[in-house]
Structures are given as C-alpha cells and as structure tokens.
Design a protein around this ligand. Structure first.
Ligand code: CMC
Length: 432
C-alpha cells in the first residue's frame, strides 16, 4: 500500500511508513533505512537484484527498454560522436569537456603513460603463465605504494589528489596490460610514444618490437576505442559495487579499483567475453552450427555465454553497436566470412526466435560480439577480461569519487538472515 509520500509496510497489527524516494527518471524506491530500528525487521534480497545500494548521478539504465546513458547522454550518440577519453572525462566529471579541458585531460593521461622503472621489476616475480587479471590487480594496488600521497586512506586527502590519480590509473592500466602481455611472451617492454593517441599507443606497446614498428592498417585503434567507450560504466554491477564497497571503508582509489579488477574476473561478469569466444570455438571445432548448443542451453547442460543480463530484459544497446562494429572490423582485416561471426549470428538468430530465450527475456549482451573485435585486433583471448577492465576504469573511479565525496556516505555493511546452528557448547576433542 502507498500514500503520496510513503509506502506502508503492514506486519500484523503494526504499520511502518517507508518514505518514497524518486529518481530523476521517475524510478521509485521505498526507503527502509529506519525499518530495522523501528520494527526489528530487515529486508531480504539475495544477490541484491532489487536493492538500491546508493543514489548515483553517473549512469542511467532502463533494462526493459534497452536504454543506456552516461550522464544523460545516450550511448548511441556517444558511440557515434565521442571518443573513449572524452567519454571518460564525461563519466568522471559529469559534463562533456570543452576543447581546452579535453586537451589538458588528454595531455595528463599521455604524460602518465609510463610506469615507475622500479615497477618493471615486479614483472620478474610473476611466472609467465600468470593470469593477466591477477597481474593487473596486483600492479594497480602496487601503484599506490609508489604514490603514497594519492593513497593515504584519508578520504579528504585522497579526494584532493583524485584528478592526478585518475589520469594516472586511466593511463597506466593500459600500460600494465601491455607489459603483462610482453612479459608473458618473453619480449622486451615497449615504451609509450607521445605522438600516438590512447588506443594507438596501447597497440604500439602491445605489438611493436625494437626491430619492427606496429602498423594499424585496418582502423583497429578506432574499434578498440569504441570497445572501451562502450564499457566505460554500467552503474551498480558486481565490480563497480565492489569498488564502492571497498571505497566505503575509506580505502584509497588504487586499492578500490584493484578490488574491482578481481570482481570483474569471473565468467558471469567480465570473464564472459573470454567465455564467448571459447564457446564459439568449441561449437566450430565440433562441427555444430550452433543448433546443438542452443538445445544444450535450453536443457540446462550449457549456458549461452554472452546472453542474458540481470538488468537488460531487452537487447543490450552495446551489443547492437558492437555487432555492427565486429562486421566492419572483420571486413577491414579481410575476414568478412569469419566462421565464428557466422556461428554468432546463427546463435543469435536461433535464440531470438526460441521460446526458451523469449520467455526468459534473454538477449545478446555486451560480451557477445566484443570478443570478435578483440580477436581481430590481435588481442589474445586470455587478455579479453583485462580489456574490459581498461574500459571500465573511468566508471570505477567515478563511482569511488561519488561515494567518497558524499558527506553522508556510510560504510557498506549488509545484513543477513542467519540459518546456522543455534547455540551449543564446546566439546573437548576426545568427546566428539
Ligand atoms: N543461457 C541459458 N539460459 C540462461 C542464460 C544463458 N546465458 N542466462 C540465464 N538463463 C536462464 C537461467 O537458467 C534461468 O532459467 P530458469 O528460470 O529456467 O531457471 C533464467 O534464465 C534466469 O537466469 P538467472 O541466472 O537467474 O539470471 P541472473 O539475472 O541471475 O543472471 C547472468 C544474469 C548475466 C549472470 C546470466 O544471464 C548469465 O549467466 N549469462 C551468461 C554469462 C554472461 O554473458 N555474462 C555477462 C553479463 S554482461 C557483462 C557484465 O555486466 O558483466
């Protein structure tokens, strides 16, 4: 039951008014912050599927309508007209930059591309089979040791140095990813160049050798820029919520985004882009066109990776943009008939016409086509989730800042319903 300002929760004879809270897009919540104090009751929502954990002004998603906006700007417009760096500025600071602001931001990111030479030695300590996500998380956290003035764990001080730290992380996350690749390949590190843009520099650091400069003849830097832009933020997903959670205890930005990398790692979250390509390869190698796999997914024997989303119950708008981009990129590298693209298109078509997927509102998500672009750009599958992490860096940092700047923000601390043993007495070991 609701009245104009409150939802009323009735338990037995008692009524508890919960104030209504309405967002700028008219999404309404009822506020239960005082419920426990007034009634002894807590809310239960495992997996936080219906829990608003914060108020945020960064990203808006309407999952039923397939809408995604950064700071109010539709993702389709940003994908067409903006760049990753410009959208990162937007996500971080709330407004599109002027030409001057963008140039200063770009320069700051550029000047921060290289890492402290002492940090190069950290790579000697990782075995070459290390997972790049483990290396990335460790290295991002280690960065805080080199810049302790930005990682004080005193909120006001860390906020004061935020602009510097954010430009540094945005730049160095890409350098660390490229250095990890070089380390794993047994190749010398490639230094960043001042004359290249963000993605050109990344490809250069990944693939240039002392005796051979990498050349991008197929517009791959542009495709990567789009990939990063589309991943820049996605409101309260698992990794972003982790970053906010860690930051809510006043942990510094470096520690918080390092935790975000770990949260992103799993195959149900950022790891799905890797799982999609592995699935497409497996289908291809088994001689299936996708139909058998669809049946397995329906029978619960497999999960169609890159399909379904906790929030989108419609086509993920990022998948639509990336699907078209994948076709452009594959054509540009002369692989328009890539068998994996054909299988992906076939899977998508079959799933969109199948009652199982229709009923459950399962549509392609951002990861369904992104792997095809990354493969075309020469990125090894093992690095796909790292690429997601590079793209998500602006979002993680914007959420850390939003939380840290809120004077009313409290440490995140959910409750639970205890379902364990009742009190019992300790038994000495010889009596058990
Ligand atoms: N293939 C087959 N069935 C599926 C799939 C799928 N990909 N996803 C969900 N279902 C079924 C699921 O079995 C369940 O069926 P039933 O009602 O009969 O038990 C129903 O749909 C609801 O699924 P759920 O697991 O309760 O949904 P969720 O909101 O908890 O999970 C998800 C969302 C993204 C984890 C899930 O859809 C999934 O595992 N997808 C594949 C992995 C993937 O692509 N992840 C990337 C997500 S987008 C990038 C990001 O944000 O990280």
């Amino acid at each position: 039951m609701t009245d104009t300002q409150n939802a009323i929760l009735r338990v037995g004879e008692n009524e508890y008014p919960c104030p209504l809270l309405t967002g700028t897009e008219n999404e309404t919540a009822f506020d239960i912050r005082k419920l426990r104090a007034e009634s002894g009751l807590i809310s239960f929502d495992d997996g936080f599927g219906n829990t608003g954990s914060c108020e945020s002004a960064i990203t808006y998603i309407d999952g039923d309508a397939g809408i995604l906006r950064y700071r109010g700007y539709p993702i389709e417009q940003l994908a067409e007209k903006s760049s990753f760096l410009e959208s990162s500025y937007l996500v971080l600071y709330g407004e599109l930059p002027t030409a001057d602001q963008l140039e200063r931001f770009r320069r700051r990111v550029q000047e921060n591309a290289a890492i402290h030479t002492a940090m190069e030695h950290h790579f000697d300590g990782f075995p070459s089979h290390s997972n790049p996500m483990a290396v990335l998380s460790a290295m991002l956290n280690s960065l805080g040791c080199y810049y302790p003035e930005m990682a004080s764990n005193r909120r006001e001080e860390d906020l004061e140095r935020f602009d510097e730290a954010a430009a540094m992380l945005l730049s160095k996350v890409r350098t660390i990813a490229a250095m990890t690749y070089r380390m794993k390949m047994g190749k010398p590190f490639t230094f960043p160049r001042r004359d290249l843009n963000y993605c050109q520099n990344f490809l250069h650091m990944m693939f240039s050798d002392p005796y051979h400069e990498y050349e991008d003849t197929a517009g791959l830097a542009e495709a990567l820029d789009l990939f990063f832009l589309l991943h820049a933020d996605h409101e309260q997903n698992c990794s972003t919520t982790t970053v906010r959670m860690v930051g809510s205890g006043h942990a510094n930005l470096f520690a918080s985004v390092s935790a975000g990398v770990c949260a992103l790692w799993g195959p149900l979250h950022g790891g799905a882009n890797q799982a999609v390509i592995e699935m497409l390869e497996e289908i291809h190698d088994s001689g299936d066109d996708g139909s058998r796999f669809i049946e397995d997914a329906k029978n619960g024997k497999a999960r169609l990776m890159g399909f379904g989303h906790r929030v989108y119950k419609n086509y993920d708008p990022r998948a639509r943009i990336l699907g078209k981009a994948a076709e452009r990129v594959l054509a540009a590298i002369g692989d328009a008939n890539d068998p994996l693209l054909a299988i992906a298109r076939n899977l998508e078509k079959s799933a969109l016409e199948d009652e199982y997927f229709i009923e459950r509102k399962l549509y392609p998500n951002v990861d369904f086509y992104s792997g095809l672009i990354l493969t075309a750009a020469g990125i090894p599958v093992e690095f796909f989730t790292t690429m997601f992490a590079i793209g998500r860096m602006p979002g993680w940092m914007a959420h850390w800042k939003e939380n840290a700047s809120d004077p009313k923000a409290r440490i995140h601390r959910p409750r639970q319903i205890y379902q364990g043993a009742n009190q019992r007495d300790y038994l000495p070991i010889d009596q058990r």
